[in-house]
Design a protein around this ligand. Sequence first.
Ligand SMILES: Nc1ncnc2c1ncn2[C@@H]1O[C@H](COP(=O)(O)OP(=O)(O)OP(=O)(O)O)[C@@H](O)[C@H]1O
Ligand SMILES: [Mg+2]
Length: 444
Amino acid sequence: MATSFTPREIVSELDRYIVGQRAAKRAVAIALRNRWRRQNCPPELRDEITPKNIILIGPTGVGKTEIARRLAKLAQAPFVKVEASKFTEVGYVGRDVDYMIRDLVESAIQLVRSEETEKVRTRARDGAEDRLVEVLSSSNSPGFFRPTSGESKDRLRERLRAGTLDDEMVEIEVADSGFPTFRGMTPHGFEEINLSEMFGGMNLPFGMGKKGKKRKMRVKEALTALTTEEAGKLVDSARGQRDAVPRAAQGGIVFIDAMDKIAGREGSHGPDVSREGVQRDILPIVEGSTVTTKYGPVSTDHMLFIAAGAFHVSKPSDLIPELQGRFPIRVELEPLTQDDFVRILTEPQNSLIRQYRALLAAEGVTLEFEESSVREIARIAQEVNDRAQNIGARRLHTILEKLLEEVSFDAAELVDKTVLIDAAFVKKQLASVVADEDLSRYIL
Ligand SMILES: Nc1ncnc2c1ncn2[C@@H]1O[C@H](COP(=O)(O)OP(=O)(O)OP(=O)(O)O)[C@@H](O)[C@H]1O
Ligand SMILES: [Mg+2]
């Protein structure tokens, strides 16, 4: 279950998405590796070894959440993110904090389900093709696809695979999974409730329920819909429920954000006396306890907890001692520099520049970023961060959006399909906004 990546491999995997923050990456890499090590320990010790939880300390927008998320993805671990400060809100005080563990189990269910779906994908696709070819070969109503006379099913399948039928219309019968879900009170607390579960596949009015429903759609969408439906038949859904609990217990990662907001002792922060209370509520979960979920009891003993916060005002030492002991690893994340911004814009696989290029490529527009433009964007980001509030890499989002506003709007009608973004372009688009301090507070 635990991935066998070495810490070095984990860090280099994280490097593909996150720039810098070496200390934080190393800490989470060790934590993940320790899971694998634990599983290779003699059984009598295995149960004694508890995870060394981590506090990530750093200002906003420097990669705390991103590191935790990427780590979970890499480890294929169930992941949940909660805001510690949420528990201090009115209506939450003294309320059950167990729901984060229930959400974690839900996340495990999703994970197992999507892995199972992945396993049956080829078979589901074949089944969907069979059904669609069947429909296509006998389709003859006006307004829908019609095969040329004598066209064989094999030929139709070839055309389907080649994608030449994608835009044709068909009518297919798909099970309607349009069950509404809502959050409501269950015996386990506040949870997502799905009507189909409540009514256990009964026939419901208004076309809800498992009954098939004729729907008109494009071939391409029909193939997707049918593949999903076939996959649903092939996956072992009991498996999701069976595997999810151990998966969450052994591999789950709980990210507790805004931990600094609940640090601070009773009375030391005026009216906000609930902070210590919240810490005491969270403590048993972090220390290890058993939480009841609708899929069965789940132990939190071996879950990994990663807390995060700026800790500008309060310090980790303001947490109650028991909690401090449960988070022995503290790492600081560095504020991002202008050079970091240049790298963040260009290096990660999902970098913003790649994202915008892909978005506009969908319109047939090629965005060319010259190196000078990237440096200029980074410089402006730094300047605005220094002058207004430092929101870290998030500043790049607001700046790029403003920078490309015109291109984004006009993309569909552009005659010249290549747009060169150089330093001059950046200055032209942003100079007036950057120069006007008040304006930049609103826009950038
Ligand atoms: N070091 C980094 N490398 C690459 N991208 C980054 C880095 N830091 C932040 N980002 C990007 O900035 C955005 C915000 O980052 P993230 O959510 O990790 O911030 P955070 O540290 O959790 O902040 P907060 O304290 O406000 O929750 C994300 O889109 C993320 O990809
Ligand atoms: Mg965050």
